[in-house]
Design a protein around this ligand. Structure first.
Ligand code: FAD
Length: 319
């Protein structure tokens, strides 16, 4: 990807994980390395092999889908965190683009609309990165990441890179082959992750050439809808549960929860949002243990009232 300056990874020691999750929950972590571009990913592996950062290595984007543990984590959190600036993407005349893993999805959506490339609008309200979306198969409405994705570049165990195609990725509703082997593992995690090709470095996406004004209008209508239905001004992880396939036709997880009368229900500092029942918000000092207790209460109530098993969409990390 065309980045003007090759910035070295930034290392910080003994940080709070809550700083790196959009719900602001999580205990201490030994070290955090932030990469402004996946071009410097090799430097992180070098730092690890020289013993400058502790293992295991765990890979994240903006932490907008991760519940970190209250007890914290050993090892190093490796964050792909490209800013919202213009670099991190290289566009081609046919509407395809190469994007860095750390590029923010809203920035990518805005850029596509400005250039008159349709299909990216749904990403405008998803506050994650390219890497997180590639792993989660992020989506909204009838659109999802896999509709755009032509290929991914992933790290290999030998310090090089490999290309994965959609057929390798087994994309489904908010799931992918990468999720099964992602985020954090045993003490040799950095090796294991790389051997299993789960570190996303970049992606090749494709949209359709279109009128920029139409793309902008669609993007704005996505954002308006979100602002009117979601608690965007409060810390959350977005949807807590996947929408179930069973239950009354057309009922989302949020509607099942709402009709159990659970909006506003809280455990400590974590509450079922009064605005959107499938969002849990941190009302102040929330803990992972409280989030998980609330999750169990909600899942049990939905099972009792509707006979539907809700599955978490958020990634729950253990200490
Ligand atoms: C207000 C709000 C609204 C949301 N709305 C939506 C929505 O409409 N649709 C939707 O799908 N999601 C939504 N989400 C959830 C979240 O934004 C998405 O899942 C997003 O794709 C996660 O991206 P991230 O960079 O934050 O990933 P993280 O949360 O940092 O990570 C998610 C997973 O991906 C892995 N990962 C991240 N980057 C890499 C990488 N480079 N290589 C390997 N593994 C990696 C992590 O280990 C973890 O397993 C919402 C969240 C919030 C807070």
């Amino acid at each position: 990807m065309a980045t003007a300056i090759r910035l070295r990874p930034r290392l910080r020691c003994r940080e709070r994980l809550s700083r790196f999750s959009s719900i602001r929950i999580g205990g201490a972590v030994e070290a955090v390395v932030s990469l402004s571009s996946s071009e410097v990913f090799g430097d992180v592996l070098d730092m690890y092999h020289r013993g400058e950062i502790p293992g295991p290595l765990a890979f994240v984007g903006r932490g907008s889908n991760i519940l970190f543990p209250d007890a914290g984590l050993g090892g190093t959190l490796v964050r792909f965190e490209h800013g919202d600036g213009g670099s991190g993407s290289r566009w081609h005349p046919d509407g395809s683009v190469d994007v860095d893993a750390g590029l923010s999805l809203p920035a990518l959506a805005r850029d596509a609309a400005r250039r008159g490339v349709a299909g990216f609008e749904f990403l405008s309200g998803i506050p994650g990165t390219v890497g997180g979306a590639a792993v989660m198969n992020a989506g909204a409405g009838s659109r999802q990441w896999s509709d755009l994705c032509e290929s991914l570049v992933v790290a290999t165990g030998t310090g090089g890179s490999d290309i994965l195609l959609p057929q390798d990725l087994r994309y489904g509703y908010r799931t992918s082959a990468l999720l099964e082997i992602s985020p954090k593992g045993d003490p040799s995690a950095s090796q294991r992750h790389n051997q299993e090709k789960s570190v996303v470095l970049s992606a090749r996406l494709r949209g359709a050439l279109a009128d920029p004004a139409e793309c902008q209008a669609k993007l704005l209508s996505h954002l308006d809808y979100r602002r009117s239905t979601q608690p965007l001004d409060e810390p959350s992880l977005g949807s807590v549960f996947r929408n179930p396939s069973g239950g009354p036709p057309g009922y989302s997880a949020g509607r099942l929860i709402e009709e159990c009368g659970l909006k506003g229900r809280s455990v400590g500092g974590v509450m079922v949002s009064p605005r959107h029942a499938n969002f849990f918000v941190n009302t102040g000092g929330g803990k992972a243990s409280e989030f998980l207790e609330l999750l169990a209460i909600v899942a049990e109530a939905v099972l009792k009232q509707w006979g539907v098993i809700l599955e978490p969409e958020v990634r729950v990390w253990n200490a």
